[in-house]
Design a protein around this ligand. Structure first.
Ligand code: NDP
Length: 246
């Protein structure tokens, strides 16, 4: 496991957007960020799940979260501009984005891969990240220092048979992370990095490996040290890196 002990108030007064915040790793990250002092903007497509995370944060008396219902499959440019306007009006700036939401898509050889599923996975896993970054960069630029974290995968570094659009989308994610790091890195306050969570006990993992015993895997909470490290000021000099959480 990545070795880092986050100071209690690491993210005090920070405004952080987490995509796919209703379940799995995104939910754990939203709660971990709130626990360390951040106001978390919970973005996702299932409002009930976002509300449950909101309630959990409230119950613990962490800073009050905000909910942004948005289905990244089908969201259009104006939805992202609206999101940026809402964050600007509410908070004035943004200190971090965790791009976490993803679709697994089909586990099929490319020869048989459904073209509609291919497009959908690329929309949710790649295009939405581009649109979010583009609309939110002006707000990140207003922060003292800001962190963009992408979520990669081992099949986004070395492709493996039958991982289809998901693998290709994770290569693209690594590419977007590197591109932003190169464009923003030395001249701005924004750093861009990626996390490879490794095998983690979530519903996506269970769908990908139905025969696996989930109790053998680390939980999302177990892998939070790297998520905290890359979001907080101890990683200020880190830019353009893709790091394993385990
Ligand atoms: P989950 O499936 O548990 O969670 C994914 C989250 O993304 C859910 O909250 C889901 O919302 C949300 N989401 C999916 N589609 C959309 C959409 N169209 N619009 C908005 N939100 C959406 O997955 P994990 O927690 O396992 O995965 C988190 C990240 O980690 C992903 O990027 C994944 O690729 C990566 N990863 C995970 C690994 C693992 O072993 N778990 C290994 C390597 C990488 P809803 O709950 O409403 O469906």
């Amino acid at each position: 496991m990545f070795n880092y002990q986050a100071p209690k108030q690491l993210l005090k007064d920070k405004i952080i957007l987490v995509t796919g915040a209703g379940d799995g790793i995104g939910k754990a990250a939203a709660i971990a960020y709130a626990k360390h002092g951040a106001t978390v903007i919970l973005l996702g497509r299932t409002i009930k799940k976002l509300e449950a995370v909101y309630d959990q944060i409230e119950k613990k008396k962490y800073p009050q979260a905000a909910i942004v219902p948005l289905n990244l499959d089908g969201a259009a440019e104006h939805d992202y501009m609206e999101l940026a306007n809402t964050i600007e009006n509410e908070f004035g700036h943004l200190d971090g984005i965790l791009h976490n939401a993803s679709l697994l898509g089909d586990r099929e050889p490319l020869a048989n891969y459904d073209p509609n599923t291919f497009e959908q996975v690329m929309r949710v896993n790649v295009s939405s990240q581009f649109l979010l970054n583009q609309s939110l960069l002006p707000l990140l630029q207003k922060a003292e220092e800001a962190s963009i974290i992408f979520t990669s995968s081992s099949v986004g570094r070395t492709a493996k048979a039958n991982w289809g659009a998901y693998a290709i989308s994770k290569f693209a994610t690594e590419g977007m992370m590197q591109l932003l790091a190169s464009e923003l890195g030395s001249t701005s306050n924004i750093r861009s990095n990626a996390i490879n969570p490794g095998s983690t006990r979530t519903s996506m993992r269970a769908n990908a490996y139905p025969d696996e015993d989930p109790s053998t895997l680390p939980t999302p909470t177990d892998i939070m040290p790297l998520y905290l490290y890359l979001m907080g000021k101890d990683s200020l000099s880190i830019n353009g890196q893709s790091i394993n959480a385990q």
